[in-house]
Design a protein around this ligand. Structure first.
Ligand code: ATP
Ligand code: SF4
Ligand code: MG
Length: 371
């Protein structure tokens, strides 16, 4: 079966007003997403995550490359709002307020994407009630307005609105970063349940690596619009092989200071301007492993595991210095041990730590047999 989404050699350059220069936001990114799969885009601010999401949704036209949805080239004519897509692709923003009209009752907001479809009024109402129940909201919320709801409830409404057309792909751009830890954990659990029940594919964009660790099957590490490493989530979190990925994972603040990822080096130095990109590896100005070649050529993809690819001339040296470790997994293990011992779930102390999703529970069994 064709993947739900195929992105191939995507390039997006934005013109800089009053000059011939361009911002090179995305520089040749390729990936696929299958039904029921979550692919996460991670990377520092400005790495091109949102721009990729916007190109996928047809909200900005790519400079080059192609985007195929269910095997059909999106070209330049379609976007997420096109009736031709019939709501098969939807998006959820960081701020639920951005997708909800403050003057519109919740029921009308959720029904809005059905407006151009073939359902009559009664069928639309039934469908809205169905999705409201699916996201665990009470039906009387339909007559309320966004300002009467908490941020977590608003995000549930935004998710209900996104799934009301039964989409095959959801683009989720930082869907939990505006929420407190309890609401974040609830939204993550909700998204994972929806995916299990409906088989929706997710393009999950996030700064928050512990959330990415929980939800994603595969991750793509981006820097200045280029893919530096990609692979099965477990492989990249446990054995990152690109210096940038190692730096990114080491910089994450885990809820326990004792569980910070140990590393043997730090990334220092200036981040190049996306208007004046260096010709070689974009990390060369910050990388302690750099050699002369790094300033002249961007490394080809090297497959280092069944589902693990890295773009670095010196990934073997990185591997020799970094031992396999997965601090996120370790943290979840400890948290779950505490929860099991207590036989309950103290939200105040352990909010933000939902149970390992099924695909990561399998990892845990495998991990245990390795040790
Ligand atoms: N409309 C635009 N016009 C010009 N430059 C843009 C535009 N949109 C994005 N950019 C630039 O493209 C680059 C990538 O931006 P993008 O928003 O995709 O990054 P991001 O990874 O989503 O960052 P963040 O984590 O901060 O959301 C940045 O240098 C940004 O300034
Ligand atoms: S290619 Fe060179 S500069 Fe880039 S990450 Fe690898 S060693 Fe560092
Ligand atoms: Mg962004």
């Amino acid at each position: 079966m064709a993947p739900v989404l195929e992105v191939s050699g995507l390039v997006k350059h934005f013109p800089v007003e009053g000059s011939h220069a361009v911002v090179q936001a995305v520089n040749g990114v390729s990936f696929t997403i299958a039904a029921g799969e979550t692919v996460a885009l991670v990377g520092e601010s400005g790495s091109g995550k949102t721009t990729i999401g916007r190109c996928v949704l047809g909200l900005v036209p790519p400079t080059a490359g192609s985007i195929r949805f269910r095997g059909r080239d999106m070209g330049r004519r379609w976007n997420v709002r096109s009736p031709a897509l019939r709501g098969k692709m939807q998006l959820v923003f960081q701020e639920p307020g951005e997708s909800l009209d403050p003057r519109m009752p919740i029921g009308r907001s959720i029904a809005e994407p059905l407006r151009l479809g073939s359902l009559d009024r009664a069928a639309r109402e039934r469908r809205v009630q169905e999705v409201v129940q699916r996201v665990n909201l009470p039906l009387d919320i339909l007559d309320q307005y966004p300002t009467e709801l908490s941020a977590g409830q608003q995000q549930r409404v935004a998710i209900a609105r996104a799934i009301v057309t039964d989409p095959e792909l959801l683009v989720l751009d930082e869907p939990t970063s505006a929420l407190d830890p309890t609401a974040r954990a609830e939204i993550i659990e909700l998204l994972m349940r929806i995916q299990r029940e409906l088989g929706t594919a997710y393009l999950f964009i996030s700064h928050d690596l512990s959330t990415v660790h929980q939800v994603s099957h595969r991750i793509i590490v981006l820097y200045l619009g280029r893919v530096l490493e990609e692979g099965a989530s477990r492989a990249v979190f446990r054995t990152p092989r690109h210096p940038y990925s190692v730096g990114l994972l080491s910089a994450v603040l885990l809820p326990s200071p004792g569980l910070r990822r140990e590393t043997t080096f730090v990334l220092e130095g200036e981040i190049p301007s996306p208007i004046n990109m260096p010709p070689g590896c974009p990390l060369a100005t910050r990388c302690p492993f750099r050699i002369d070649r790094c300033s002249t050529a961007f490394p080809d993809a090297e497959r280092i595991g069944p589902q693990h690819v890295v773009h670095c001339f010196r990934h073997e040296e990185v591997a020799a210095r970094e031992h396999a470790t997965d601090t996120f997994e370790e943290f979840q293990r400890i948290a779950q041990r505490i929860l099991a011992a207590r036989g309950d779930r103290p939200e105040s102390e352990l909010a933000g730590i939902p149970a390992l999703p099924p695909h990561r529970q399998a990892d845990r069994v495998e991990d245990d047999t390795e040790r």
